[in-house]
Design a protein around this ligand. Structure first.
Ligand SMILES: [Fe+2]
Length: 198
């Protein structure tokens, strides 16, 4: 299988369309937009540093597929995504690259295994960054994106109070990590803001 945006889009449509809820339709659009943005970021870094061999299409693929686990369960959807990609016949090492979000701070630190939740490679780091600045459409700041996530988490009727508390407690530490990724991405791409990728 070739890991590119086209293949990622097919998997996103297969697993995230067909839900009637506005939330899931928004998640499909989010996946498209994260995929395209991750591709642009990776392509720019590739152009700036050809010797780094950044795989821009792989970064795009990861963006398109990163949330398919939500079709199974929103809670720990990051791990469901990896399982579902493996079930699709994708090599586990590639599937593992779809890891994203704040699970490292929410679970990894307590479990003494942050490795399990760390992004893999520059493409994995770009995915985490892209997911944290794109809801749908153009990128916003990490602070704006995280404020929106926190607001929806606080209001959630699907999550129990303990899970809501865990997420809100781990988010500030995760934000520090996301901002480190942003600084690395900007430095590598030679940009000063996310808008320059558009
Ligand atoms: Fe996402």
């Amino acid at each position: 299988m070739v890991y590119n945006r086209e293949a990622g889009k097919k998997l996103a449509v297969k697993h995230l369309s067909g839900f009637s809820s506005e939330y899931m339709m928004m998640k499909l659009q989010h996946s498209f937009d994260v995929g395209e943005f991750a591709y642009k970021v990776a392509a720019r870094i590739k152009k700036m540093h050809p010797a780094c061999h950044v795989d821009a299409e792989l970064a795009g693929f990861l963006g398109y597929v990163h949330d398919i686990g939500r079709a199974r369960n929103n809670h720990l959807h990051e791990l469901h995504t990896i399982d579902m990609l493996v079930e699709e016949g994708i090599d586990r090492d590639i599937a593992r690259m779809a890891m994203h979000s704040q699970l490292l701070e929410q679970y990894g630190e307590k479990e003494g295994d942050v490795q399990k939740y760390l992004p893999v490679g520059i493409e994995g780091m770009i995915l985490t960054y892209a997911d944290m600045v794109v809801k749908t459409g153009s990128p916003i700041s990490i602070d704006e994106r995280v404020a929106d996530v926190a607001e929806r988490t606080r209001k959630s009727r699907q999550m129990n109070p303990e899970l809501i508390r865990e997420i809100l407690e781990s988010l500030p530490r995760a934000v520090r990590r996301f901002k480190r990724y942003e600084r690395i991405v900007f430095l590598l791409a030679g940009v000063g803001s996310a808008k320059e990728f558009i």
